[in-house]
Design a binder for this molecule. Structure first.
Ligand code: ZN
Ligand code: ZN
Length: 50
């Protein structure tokens, strides 16, 4: 099964697609923070301590 789509952060081709557990955005592996399980945008927010 192939999961493909468009990254909602960089707009690039996303394969595989990662889903942010906070905002639910579909992002590519480059825009996904594996440590936090969040997209790059939410990871930046989380680092600031919300
Ligand atoms: Zn991306
Ligand atoms: Zn997010």
């Amino acid at each position: 099964m192939e999961m493909t789509g468009v990254c909602s952060i960089c707009g690039g081709y996303a394969k595989p697609v990662y889903t942010c557990s906070l905002c639910g955005a579909m992002v590519c592996n480059k825009c996904f923070n594996n440590d936090l399980g969040l997209c790059r945008r939410c990871a930046a927010q989380a680092r600031k301590g919300f």
